[in-house]
Design a protein around this ligand. Structure first.
Ligand SMILES: [Zn+2]
Length: 253
């Protein structure tokens, strides 16, 4: 599996995200003090979802069966590109799985909530998108996965990520087991459009058409740089897939 670029970009976001974290913490303290009962609000408790362990092997199949397709959108949310991707998906009647970076979710909670409200699913894509995390300690991997899980769940208003996708596919047996114990199915991909490398719309569309026979999970990105090629490719690919008799679902859990 190719490891896409963009570490510098994510480092800058990590720094930005930490500032937002401090702001969010201050806000929640104020909220708690303003609560006249002095305790947790009932509506907050009702939004919590039970954690049920799932399988730890890497999923590729679609819950729609052999003619199902899983559209996966990674590295956001992004204030410029995510709203455009959401609009396109809504116009197309397609649900997708959004693999979010923790700092991005923390910075743009309204976008996380919009993704959920539109009927899409969430996926944990770690805190800082370290594509070498498979070479690092278990403590580091745990922090990357569990902190992002918390950041995404808080940003969504209590809706948990249902999948875990390691940055660049840098899974380890440990990280897969950890994610699975938190109800997040490890999620792979079959078709890499390589939109991160700006290959051109025609090449991205051709990649999907030629590689979709190898499996149903297609990788796109809604952050990390200019994504107009991604939007244009989706605009061509989604109708083509429908014409081929495919329907759109979610990865199996
Ligand atoms: Zn990624």
């Amino acid at each position: 599996m190719a490891k896409h670029k963009g570490r510098g970009w994510h480092s800058r976001l990590l720094a930005a995200g930490l500032g937002v974290t401090a702001l969010a913490a201050a806000t929640s303290v104020w909220t708690a003090q303003a609560d006249p009962t002095g305790g947790r609000k009932p509506e907050a408790r009702s939004q919590e979802q039970a954690v049920t362990e799932v399988a730890a092997d890497i999923a590729h199949a679609s819950d729609r069966g052999p003619r199902g397709i899983n559209i996966t959108i990674d590295d956001g949310p992004d204030p410029v590109w995510t709203p455009q991707v959401l609009e396109l998906l809504e116009d197309s009647g397609v649900k997708a799985t959004f693999c979010m970076v923790g700092t991005q979710a923390k910075a743009y909670p309204e976008l996380v909530k919009k993704v959920v409200a539109d009927g899409h699913r969430l996926c944990d894509h770690t805190v800082s998108h370290d594509t070498a995390m498979d070479t690092k300690s278990e403590a580091y991997q745990s922090q990357q996965i569990l902190d992002a899980e918390r950041m995404i769940t808080e940003a969504s208003g209590g809706v948990r990520p249902q999948y875990y996708r390691a940055p660049g596919g840098a899974f380890t047996p440990y990280s897969r087991q950890l994610a699975a114990s938190r109800g997040m199915r490890p999620l792979g991909w079959n078709v890499d459009t390589k939109d991160f490398e700006h290959p051109g719309v025609d090449n991205m569309v051709a990649t999907v058409k030629s590689e979709i026979s190898s499996g149903p999970t297609i990788l796109f990105h809604d952050a990390g740089g200019e994504r107009s090629e991604t939007l244009a490719a989706l605009r061509e690919v989604l109708p083509w897939l429908k014409e081929q008799g495919y329907s759109f679902g979610f990865p199996v859990r």
